[in-house]
Design a protein around this ligand. Structure first.
Ligand code: NAD
Length: 289
């Protein structure tokens, strides 16, 4: 298959390479020369513009920073430029409303499109072990699944257009709130004189068990290897958690759904990131407690 890949940053760089490894011809574009150099070294064909990248392709995959950029790239350079038979897949994390609007614009021009945001960070993007949450028709999902499988370990159909983004921000709002709850609990346990490994052994088998604790423990030396064991470097940056929480707040407001825990998580991550910790792994928020 010939696939255009737009956005070769921290995530997209590794994802594009996994499409090459799966045997696809990848025509790649990014505004940054550093990003395109790396992709070229890894077997992608670099083209000078997004418009040129999408000419004659079977599919277009994008991994871009935000909804504004996604909308401008699709409406300006993809829709009407790629063949109408090309499947469009946006893997960026963006707001639900923009995802639906771009999906509608694509459909109006005769394209099938999916929103397919990911769970998993840079390591998972490089290793091809991302989880994709896909919004789009059954037919579009059936076409998207084999392409996404080359970049991930799980591909799940969440529902109609926009449902992938909705699932992603709901999941990450729960993750943000559960991480803070896990951090404050371990700090309290410590101050109550509990041995933290012993508390982990108890809570991981009791009703407090959750992913933030048993897969990504924010306490160094406790639980499996995690960014806490690497001075909170690598992993999922607090700035990206804040981005997702802001998207969740926007969606909650639009849906009229109260999210008091999500709101508090957004406030705490905002304070944390604005204090110069945007690049720190999100579990590093334990240091503020
Ligand atoms: P990044 O900033 O490293 O990469 C984005 C790339 O897009 C950059 O290389 C940039 O030059 C390029 N770009 C920007 N505007 C462009 C345009 N108009 N045309 C072509 N290229 C353009 O970001 P990232 O960490 O790779 O994240 C990408 C997306 O993935 C975001 O939506 C993010 O929320 C989501 N995400 C990131 C992570 C993570 O851990 N980094 C995890 C899950 C989801």
């Amino acid at each position: 298959m010939i696939i255009a890949f737009i956005g070769l940053g921290n995530m997209g760089g590794g994802m594009a390479v996994n499409l090459v490894k799966a045997g696809h011809s990848v025509r790649a574009f990014d505004l940054s020369a550093e990003a395109t150099d790396r992709a070229e070294d890894n077997g992608c064909e670099i083209v000078p513009t997004a418009r040129e990248a999408v000419q004659g392709v079977d599919a277009v995959v994008s991994m871009l920073p935000n909804g504004k950029i996604v909308e401008s790239v699709y409406t300006g350079d993809v829709i009407g430029q790629a063949p109408a038979s090309a499947l469009l897949l946006d893997c960026s994390t963006i707001d639900v409303a923009t995802a639906r609007r771009v999906g509608e614009a694509a459909a109006a021009a005769g394209y099938e499109m999916v929103d397919a945001p990911v769970s998993g960070g840079i390591a998972a993007a490089n290793a091809g072990t991302l989880t994709f949450m896909v919004g789009g028709s059954d037919a579009a999902y059936a076409r998207a699944e084999p392409i996404l499988s080359a970049m991930g370990k799980a591909v799940i159909h969440a529902g109609a257009s926009g449902a992938g983004q909705a699932a992603k921000i709901c999941n990450n709002m729960l993750l943000g709130a559960s991480m803070i709850a896990t951090c404050e609990t371990f700090k309290l346990a410590e101050r109550l004189g509990l041995d933290l490994q012993t508390f982990y052994d108890i809570a991981s088998k009791a009703s407090g068990q959750n992913w933030s604790m048993t897969s990504y423990c924010p306490v160094p030396g406790v639980g499996p290897q995690s960014p806490a064991d690497n001075d909170y470097q690598g992993g999922f940056a607090a700035a990206l958690m804040l981005k997702d929480l802001r998207l969740a707040m926007e969606a909650a407001e639009g849906a009229g759904s109260p999210v008091p825990m999500g709101e508090l998580a957004e406030k705490l991550y905002s304070r944390f990131a604005e204090a110069g910790n945007g690049g720190v792994d999100f579990s590093g928020i334990i240091r503020t407690l």
